[in-house]
Design a protein around this ligand. Structure first.
Ligand code: MTE
Length: 315
C-alpha cells in the first residue's frame, strides 16, 4: 500500500472559494431537495426511505486517505500512488460537458451551472475494482438521468458514449515515450443503465470537492459494475444507437467486455472474482477479504436490467 502523499493543492484551494462554499450549502441542502422532489411526486414517505436505503451501505466507509491515494487514473501514471502525486497541475475549473448525438436538445453545459440546477445528493456506495479490491465511498453528485432528461434523448438512442478530457500538458501520462492507453479514455453504458437511479455523476466525496486523482471535476459512478466503468474527468457524452467501445475492451478484448457487471461466478481470465480485498481494512493476515456479491450487492435494484441475458457471454 502506498504511503499517504497529500495532493499538491488541497481541493478547497483548487476550487474558487465561492463555488466551494456554495457546494457546501448544496451538500447540506441535499436531503431537503430530495424531500421536496418526492413531496411533489407521488412517492410516499415509505417509498422515500426505501429509495434512501439503496444509497447507503451498512459497511464502514474506506478512510479518505486510502480513497485519495490508492487510485487508477492512467492519465497520471500507472502506479496506484501516481494520480495523487502527479495531478497537482490539473485544472478542473472552469469545466464544460458537451452532450450531443441522438438528442433533441444537444448542448455544452457549464458544470457550475449544472450544480446549481441539480441538487447534490450524498450516496455511500460499495465500489469493486476488476483487480479484486474494493472500497466503500461516500460520493456527492447528481443522477446522470437528470442531465439526460435535460437533453431529451431520441426514442432511437440506445447507448451513451463517454469521453475523458485530453490535456497532455496537465496529464503527464498522456505524453511521452511510453503511452499506456489510447487517449481519450472512453466508456459506454446502455441507455437504461445510464438512466438507472443508482447511476451517479459524482462531483465530490466525503462532502468535499472531488480531488483531481478521483476524477475531478465530474466522473461517472456505477456501483454494480467494475470500477473501470467509472470514467473520470468527463468532457463529452454522446447518445448513439451503436454499442460504444470502452478503453479496456479496446486494449484487451479477451479480458474486458462492454457490460463489466460485478459477478463472482465469472472469473477474470487471470484471477478469481469470488472475493475481494477491502482497501484500508486489516484482517489477521493482511487486508481483510470480503465475498464478492452478484452485481456488487445491488442485484435487487439492477438484475432486472439483464433478465434473460447470458451473463457469462456478456461479461
Ligand atoms: N478514468 C480515466 N479517465 N482514466 C483511468 O485510467 N481508471 C478506471 C476508472 N476511471 C480510469 C478512469 C479504473 S480502472 C478504476 S478502478 C476507477 O477509475 C478508479 O477510481 P478511483 O481511483 O476513484 O477509485
Amino acid at each position: 500500500m502506498p504511503s499517504y502523499r497529500p495532493p499538491k493543492i488541497a481541493s478547497s484551494e483548487i476550487t474558487p472559494r465561492q463555488l466551494y462554499l456554495r457546494r457546501r450549502e448544496f451538500l447540506g441542502a441535499a436531503a431537503l431537495g430530495a424531500m421536496a422532489l418526492y413531496g411533489a411526486g407521488k412517492a410516499s414517505a415509505a417509498a422515500l426511505s426505501a429509495v434512501g436505503s439503496k444509497y447507503k451501505v451498512d459497511e464502514k466507509p474506506t478512510p479518505l486517505k486510502d480513497v485519495t491515494t490508492y487510485n487508477n487514473f492512467y492519465e497520471f501514471g500507472l502506479d496506484k500512488a501516481d494520480p495523487a502525486a502527479n495531478s497537482g497541475d490539473f485544472k478542473p475549473l472552469p469545466w464544460t460537458v458537451k452532450v450531443d448525438g441522438m438528442v433533441n436538445k444537444p448542448g455544452t453545459f457549464d458544470l457550475e451551472a449544472l450544480m446549481k440546477e441539480f441538487p447534490i445528493e450524498e450516496r455511500t456506495y460499495r465500489m469493486r475494482c476488476v483487480e479484486a479490491w474494493s472500497m466503500v465511498i461516500p460520493w456527492d453528485g447528481f443522477p446522470l438521468a437528470s442531465l439526460l432528461d435535460k437533453v431529451e434523448p431520441l426514442g432511437s438512442a440506445k447507448y451513451v458514449a463517454f469521453e475523458t478530457v485530453v490535456r497532455p500538458d496537465e496529464m503527464p501520462g498522456q505524453k511521452g515515450f511510453f503511452q499506456s492507453l489510447d487517449w481519450p479514455y472512453v466508456e459506454g453504458l446502455r441507455l437504461d443503465e445510464a438512466r438507472h437511479p443508482l447511476t451517479l455523476l459524482a462531483v465530490g466525496l466525503y462532502g468535499e470537492t472531488l480531488p483531481n486523482q478521483n476524477g475531478a471535476p465530474i466522473r461517472l459512478v456505477v456501483p454494480w459494475k467494475y470500477g473501470f466503468k467509472g470514467i473520470k474527468s468527463i468532457v463529452r457524452m454522446t447518445l448513439t444507437d451503436q454499442q460504444p467501445k470502452n478503453t479496456w475492451q479496446v486494449t484487451n478484448p479477451q479480458e474486458y467486455g462492454f457490460y463489466a457487471n460485478v459477478n463472482p461466478a465469472v472469473d477474470h481470465p487471470r484471477w478469481s472474482q469470488a472475493s475481494e480485498r477491502r482497501i484500508g481494512e486489516s484482517g489477521f493476515f493482511g487486508a481483510s477479504r470480503h465475498p464478492t456479491l452478484p452485481f456488487n450487492g445491488y442485484a435487487d435494484e439492477v438484475a432486472g436490467l439483464y433478465a434473460g441475458m447470458d451473463l457469462k457471454a456478456n461479461f
